[in-house]
Design a protein around this ligand. Structure first.
Ligand code: NDP
Ligand code: PYC
Length: 338
């Protein structure tokens, strides 16, 4: 039986930090990663919370990641901030680039942050929420490994390619969505496989291309896109925008680089920031009110906004801590001990 253990957010952070640093991750990277993992666990995003410690440490031990890499900034055009992560994890590069992105978006109205050459494991909502916290509209996307078949096909071409968006709101949480363009994040299928649970039809195909509810069979076969051809087209767009356009690896190239190591994908990320004040000028307040009318039209009929579940989990976790399965804690402890 997988008992649940209650941990405070400080305990989650300390555990992640320890597991990363004893396995050789540089202090600055480990802190940035532990922060993001703690946020994921806090918001009950289980596929991108403490579970990711296992993947990050496995990636470190594979020797592919540079645990001390220091990001390098360049400015290929006024609206483009580029940060080369130098084959380190993405989050230090993000920390370096975000203030520059915000500055350029305020100056020009629109700006792009291009992160290249990074190992990327994390959910994108913390990244677009950070943009919205500056009063800007944010959009982020990234490839991963080619695990996802195009609609009508049966072999992985696309990554699970998340797309996240945030719209700032006065005095309240932003409007945020963040989802994989596959039917579900791969991390969620991995969690089902760890717990021996079946998955719903529509998430993936087995190695023979047959729809399957067996999580392990799908991990060895191919995942499916969400919304059929629509998710397939969005996944292709992300390969183009956050791969070919920014001069970094596609999901197929990332998987080839991995060469069976099972490490975190290596590729790039594209983040865009839009300044409503620049778009709207004297009409800024009217624009805000029109957005609020849209949100009210959704919630007034009982539908919920994306991220509402997450924000509620955040409040609960800050009050009561989080519940983590003993099996996961034992696996993390083993990575600390050996
Ligand atoms: P989900 O399908 O669980 O959720 C996607 C989004 O839909 C969330 O914003 C969620 O809000 C919202 N949502 C869910 N149900 C409803 C509803 N009934 N009404 C309104 N909104 C709803 O996510 P995925 O499995 O697709 O992705 C999970 C995470 O995995 C993401 O954070 C993503 O960034 C990450 N990921 C990262 C990858 C990487 O390469 N770095 C690759 C793939 C995924 P809420 O959270 O409040 O439920
Ligand atoms: O859950 O699909 C996923 C994922 C890929 C890379 C990081 N998370």
């Amino acid at each position: 039986m997988n008992d649940l253990i209650n941990l405070s957010l400080d305990q989650v952070h300390a555990l992640a930090l320890r597991a990363l640093t004893v396995n050789g991750m540089g202090e600055d990277h480990a802190l940035a990663i532990a922060d993001t993992i703690t946020r994921g666990q806090r918001d009950e995003c289980h596929s991108h919370g403490l579970y990711r410690v296992l993947v990050c440490v496995h990636s470190l031990r594979s020797g592919k990641v540079d645990p001390q890499a220091q990001p390098r900034v360049s400015r290929p055009a006024p609206a483009i901030v580029r940060v080369d992560a130098q084959r380190g994890y993405s989050l230090l590069a993000l920390q370096t680039g975000l203030p520059l992105l915000v500055e350029q978006a305020r100056e020009l109205g629109v700006a792009a942050l291009v992160i290249r050459n990074c190992f990327h494991f994390s959910a994108l909502w913390p990244e677009v929420e950070a943009i919205a916290a500056e009063g800007l509209v944010g959009l982020a996307m990234t490839p991963s490994h080619a695990w996802v078949a195009p609609e009508g096909g049966r072999q992985g071409v696309f990554g699970t390619n998340p797309l996240a968006f945030a719209w700032p709101r006065e005095g309240r949480e932003p409007f945020v969505f963040d989802f994989a363009t596959s039917a579900i994040a791969r991390g969620d299928i991995e969690l089902h496989a760890r717990q021996g649970k079946p998955i719903p039809l529509g998430w993936g195909l087995d190695a023979e291309g047959r729809p399957s509810t067996d999580a392990r069979a799908v991990l060895e076969g191919a995942m499916q896109t969400f919304g059929g051809h629509k998710g397939s087209a969005l996944a292709a767009m992300i390969e183009l925008m956050a791969g070919a356009l920014i001069g970094d690896l596609t999901s197929a190239e990332s998987l080839a680089f991995d060469g069976g190591a099972g490490a975190t994908p290596l590729h790039g990320e594209l983040l865009l920031a839009f300044d409503p004040a620049r778009f709207l000028g004297s009409e800024l307040e009217a624009g805000r009110q029109r957005a609020e009318a849209l949100f009210a039209a959704i919630t007034d009929q009982g539908a919920r906004l994306p991220s509402q579940r997450r924000f509620a989990a955040r409040q609960r976790s800050e009050r009561e801590g989080v519940w983590v399965g003993r099996a996961l804690l034992d696996d993390i402890q083993r990575l600390i001990d050996h």
